[in-house]
Structure formats: C-alpha cells, structure tokens
Design a protein around this ligand. Structure first.
Ligand SMILES: [Zn+2]
Ligand SMILES: [Zn+2]
Length: 270
C-alpha cells in the first residue's frame, strides 16, 4: 500500500491510497481540473480512481466530490451529514456510520473514526492492507482516547499540524477566529499534534507526515521541530511535511512490488 498526498491545506486536500488492485482518494477538495492535473503527475487518470472517501463537508475536503462523481462516475463514501451538506444524492452515495468498516476488496479496508471538529461530523481514517495500517487525520481541535485506541501502532500516520501557538496569537487573524482555530473543535497546534503522536507512535510506526499546515500561522520547520521535540526518542522513522502543492512523496507501507518513481522518493519496506 502507498500513501501520497496530492496536496493538503485550507485550499484543498486529497490523499491517494494505492494498492495493487485499488486506488482510493481520501477527500477530494480540488476542482475537477485540478484533481485531474495532480493525478496526471502520477500518471493516473481520474477514471482509475475506484472510490472517494470523504471525511467531512468543508470545501477543502469535500468540495470536489460531487464534480468527480458527475464527471468520472467515481463512487462516494461519506456519512449522512456530509452527504446532506454536499447536496449528494443519497441513492448514489455510500453512506457510512462511525466505525463501519469499508471493504474495497478482500485486502483493502478503511475504518472511519469520529474526530472533534465544530460544525461538521468529521472522521479520520485508518486504511488496512495486508496487516499494515495507515492513518489519515485532519481537521480536529482535540483528540480522543477512542482515536488513540484505533490509531496506536499504525505503520504510517498522516496528521495535521495546523498552527504554531505563538504565530497564531501574534498573527493577523481576528480574535474570534483565533479562538475558533485553537478551540476543542478547531485544529491541532504543533504541540497538540506532538502530544497526540506520543500516544500513538510505537515501534511499528515507520513514517509520519504532517499535513494541513496553516500558511499564515505555521512554518514547516516549526511544525517538524516541535513534533520531534515531543516524540524525542520514541520515533526512529521518517518524518515529512505535506504542503498545499502536491503530489508529494509516496510513502510505501509493507510489501509493494511496483516500481517506484525515484522522483517520488522515500520507499519504506517492512
Ligand atoms: Zn480542512
Ligand atoms: Zn474542516
């Protein structure tokens, strides 16, 4: 299984989960043209995408789902509130509840786990393939023990590190927005992400990607150094940052025979 971020941030998110048999997008927050362009950089056409699994209805995560369904007939999986807010036809959508295991074939499944995010029924996902697990987590103001239970020991963890506390408080946003971002239903700060990771990373965890960095309130080196400070010696694997422009590195998890494009870098075999 490989995990590739096609871009993460407040202007659009999409993450490709690729196995030998299936290609699944987690979130589709880009226009039709943009997702086509980003997939093309990986030599993939939108027709090859087997399904979109949408975390929540905010435009940067679900805003491009309907267009992709219409243009390329890509099946959508999401919860009821997300489907309603995106104006999806319920008959044509695959509606899941929290913790419904979505099985795409006999080797790839995706588990939706609820996360706290104001004004949305947001979920994060754990994709499982051949006993390896990859978590993709964004848009949460705090984390829950339930999340820890399900994400602990994942081979790969992509998680947002949205803002640096000092930059947010000293930055240009109005106070109400600062309060919302830093609240329990907003986004995770670099420190909160670091604290969360100390709870879920163990010796199985080979790679971490920090995602959804605020362009105003964060910097890649701050996110990385803060998280590594918290993780200390707990984590010996690779850490990377995904920004708004993608696709980034593909993170390969477990046995993966397919040739790796060296431009896409980092190959992990376990
Ligand atoms: Zn978002
Ligand atoms: Zn959101």
């Amino acid at each position: 299984m490989s995990v590739t971020h096609l871009g993460t941030g407040s202007r659009g998110n999409a993450t490709l989960i690729d196995t030998e048999k299936k290609k699944i997008l987690i979130d589709q927050g880009f226009s039709g043209k943009e997702i086509e362009k980003r997939l093309a950089r990986m030599e993939i056409t939108p027709n090859e995408i087997d399904a979109m699994v949408i975390s929540h209805h905010h435009g940067d995560h679900g805003g491009g789902a309907k267009i992709m369904q219409k243009k390329w007939g890509t099946p959508i999986y999401c919860n009821l509130r997300t489907a309603g807010a995106l104006g999806l036809d319920l008959v044509q959508s695959n509606i899941f509840d929290d913790f419904d295991l979505l099985e795409f074939d006999n080797s790839l499944s995706v588990l939706p786990i609820p996360v706290p995010h104001s004004g949305a029924d947001n979920v994060c996902f754990v994709a499982s393939h051949q006993k390896k697990r990859a978590a993709v987590i964004t848009d949460l103001g705090s984390w829950t023990e339930e999340m820890v239970t399900h994400i602990k020991g994942c081979d790969h963890i992509s998680v947002e590190a949205n803002y640096d506390v000092n930059r947010l408080w000293n930055g240009p946003y109005p106070q109400t927005l600062k309060n919302r971002i830093s609240g329990k239903g907003g986004h995770l700060s670099n420190d909160e992400t670091g604290e969360f990771l100390t709870r879920v990373v163990d010796k199985e965890t080979k790679s971490i990607v920090l995602t959804h960095l605020s362009e105003k309130n964060n910097l890649p080196h701050l996110a990385e150094s803060t998280v590594l400070y918290h993780l200390d010696e707990v984590f010996q694997g690779d850490i990377a940052i995904s920004m708004q422009d993608g696709p980034d590195f593909s993170h390969h998890i477990g046995q993966y025979e397919k040739e790796t494009n060296p431009a896409r870098g980092l190959v992990l075999r376990g």
